[in-house]
Design a protein around this ligand. Structure first.
Ligand SMILES: [Zn+2]
Length: 294
């Protein structure tokens, strides 16, 4: 019998997927993760606006906008330089670790607008889908991200990865949260399935632990749009399964992903706003050890 001794974590970000829309979509890949772990609604923390830049920065760094200071999508604040993303912290603690960032929204991984939100930077498609900003440009960009990420997940030994898909958010902005939005969510689930299949086809899969975390950043109003305080905008969600992911998680926060990824490798998260999965009792609970704000 193979002895499992190698930890791996894949974090998948799917932008702007409203919780109730997700519930009405057919998402077999996400359902599989929820069955093996949990899927919970997440109230976007009051310190973060219901906007992509601040929330993805929190996913990357484990701290909220009062510390990373990403308050919108346009400006890359100086304060963000103090916060490395979880893949960078992992590599610093375990230099042998290989990691990957791949994203269709350029600011996640490249030095443009509010980016790079992930300090490591990463791979983005050749053409920026925001230039045309229509359904076709985002479908192509997300498909390219899925191709790239699936290829590397299958062939390489990636300890920690972040892979981002953006077409659902743009569909809601362009056409509202109707049937086209549900289709976009379902295509993102198919891309998630490709990533899961790439992991399952790894030659030494039996000897490996894999944790998969899937997360959205915010919801949308019915007509499309976010940044406000309605429940539809404030309600995001996180799903996860795998090593060190309890099934009885009752509350989880965007800031927790950083702590959870590092805990998988036995690396301390340091002074962040997050808790490991299972430690949080209330949605907006703060870590007891939070130091004075910098
Ligand atoms: Zn958006």
């Amino acid at each position: 019998m193979a002895v499992k001794n190698e930890s791996h974590v894949l974090v998948v970000g799917i932008d702007g997927v409203r919780y109730d829309s997700l519930m009405s979509a057919a998402t077999p890949a996400l359902d599989q993760i929820a069955r093996n772990g949990f899927l919970l609604p997440v109230h976007v923390h009051r310190k973060n606006a219901t906007i992509s830049g601040p929330v993805w920065a929190t996913v990357a760094t484990g701290v909220y906008a009062d510390r990373h200071n990403v308050t919108g999508n346009r400006v890359h604040p100086l304060e963000l330089a103090a916060y490395q993303d979880f893949t960078a912290v992992l590599r610093a603690a375990r230099p042998e670790s290989r990691t990957m960032i791949a994203a269709s929204w350029f600011p996640v991984a490249a030095a443009t607008a509010c980016g790079p939100l992930f300090s490591s930077r990463g791979w983005v498609p050749e053409e920026d889908p925001e230039e045309a900003n229509d359904g076709g440009s985002w479908v192509s960009a997300d498909d390219a991200v899925a191709d790239y990420a699936a290829g590397r997940l299958e062939r390489e030994d990636l300890a920690a990865s972040f892979v981002y898909f953006g077409e659902a958010d743009v569909e809601a902005h362009n056409n509202g949260t109707g049937i086209g939005y549900i289709s976009a969510i379902q295509r993102c689930d198919s891309r998630l399935k490709r990533l899961l299949e790439a992991i399952e086809s790894r030659p030494r899969r039996d000897a490996e632990f894999w944790t998969v975390i899937v997360v959205t950043d915010h919801g949308h109003v019915d007509a499309g749009g976010h940044g406000g305080e309605t429940e539809a905008e404030r309600t995001a969600w996180i799903a996860a399964c795998g090593e060190r992911v309890p099934r009885d998680v009752v509350a989880v926060d965007h800031a927790d992903i950083f702590s959870q990824v590092l805990a998988t490798f036995g690396v301390a998260a340091g002074d962040t706003d997050g808790l490991v999965f299972g430690a949080r009792r209330d949605p907006q609970e703060q870590p007891a050890t939070t130091a004075a704000p910098r």
